[in-house]
Design a protein around this ligand. Structure first.
Ligand code: UDP
Ligand code: MG
Length: 317
């Protein structure tokens, strides 16, 4: 089989898991090559996203021992999405299909076989979808589900329970290159590209070692990015809210005139206080949401590079 499969694995402070990931991936690659499902020219790219530990040194060693593994070192930490994008853009030059996967072995390596099979059947995008959230805490499960629902409500087309474990064909990646946004939310962009797609179901494991690099603060940030990068509905909702409140204020005006004319104008202090606070709060909220979009526009107009590569370790082929 002459179809070349590349894998892109973003790594941020992953020294504890890289050896094991490498062992399992190289086993998987050997098996796939033996079964003639992928070309012997297939490679795996580790993208070091500005790690502060020994991650890059380990990647260099892995590359030295086994040329199947390549390494890209970013000039600094740019976040998971940008690291993945960088890997994808480099991989697509040499590959027919690319799978991106986290380094921590939470994604099931055995799902790769099925993804490759689907590719051979003619699918351009194969989403890895978790079939349960057993390994998550109740909090994560609940917030994740609420978030997916919210995105759908905002009109953002995403695949339910799919994170960033997916296969994409070369032509999908060539199109992805044209999505120039700096505020990157890959799982929202991929469905927009189109082409035949399908799902592969897998069980998501616990992290093999180390800690999640997505603390609550980063997660909230990412979640908010997902909405504001892909949907303008929040602005519309606020416009609607503003109109409703304005209409209501006219009703209130009429009401107070009637109260005044009937001579019962003993207007309470509390109702004024409540409305001052409520309206003040709403206004600040509205300005905040609009400001968020203006901030995004500001960043987009700069069109700064989304990643900067410091070093690319590749075999001469
Ligand atoms: N990651 C990255 N840059 C970052 C944060 C994370 O490249 O700034 C990588 C990390 O090494 C891992 C993947 O993104 O391979 C997912 O991160 P993690 O497993 O910590 O997130 P979680 O699975 O807990 O959501
Ligand atoms: Mg993880």
């Amino acid at each position: 089989m002459d179809k070349i499969l590349y894998m892109v694995v973003p790594c941020y402070n992953e020294e504890q898991v890289l050896e094991e990931t490498t062992r399992r991936l190289s086993e998987k690659y050997d098996a796939l090559m033996k079964a003639d499902k992928i070309s012997p020219k297939s490679r795996i790219i580790y993208v070091n996203d500005g790690s502060k530990d020994n991650t890059w040194k380990i990647i260099e060693d892995i590359h030295k021992n086994n040329k199947m593994f390549r390494g890209i070192c970013l000039s600094r930490n740019r976040g998971h999405q940008n690291a993945v994008l960088c890997g994808l853009m480099y991989a697509k030059e040499d590959a027919d299909m690319v799978i991106c996967m986290d380094a921590d072995l939470q994604d099931d390596i055995d799902a790769i076989d099925e993804m490759v099979d689907r590719y051979h059947e003619g699918f351009d995008i194969v989403y890895g979808v978790r079939n349960s959230r057993k390994t998550d805490t109740f909090f994560k499960r609940f917030t994740a589900q609420a978030y997916y629902k919210l995105l759908l409500f905002m009109g953002v087309d995403i695949v339910y329970n799919h994170a960033d474990f997916r296969l994409m064909s070369k032509r999908v990646l060539n199109e992805m290159e044209n999505y120039k946004e700096v505020n990157l939310f890959l799982r929202g962009i991929v469905p927009m590209i189109g082409f035949p797609s399908t799902n592969v179901y897998y069980e998501r494991h616990e992290r093999f070692a180390g800690e999640s690099k997505y603390p609550l603060k980063k997660m909230l940030h990412f979640a908010f990015d997902g909405i504001t990068s892909l949907s303008v509905k929040p602005i519309r909702l606020i416009t609607t809210l503003g109109s409703v409140i304005f209409l209501f204020s006219i009703v209130m005006l009429l009401y107070s005139i009637i109260v005044h004319l009937t001579g019962r104008s003993m207007i309470g202090w509390s109702s004024i206080m409540v409305s001052v606070w409520a309206l003040g709060g709403l206004q600040i909220l509205a300005i905040g949401v609009i400001g968020e979009y203006i901030g995004k526009i500001y960043m987009e107009t700069k069109s700064r590079p989304r990643f900067i590569v410091q070093e690319y370790l590749k075999d001469e082929d």
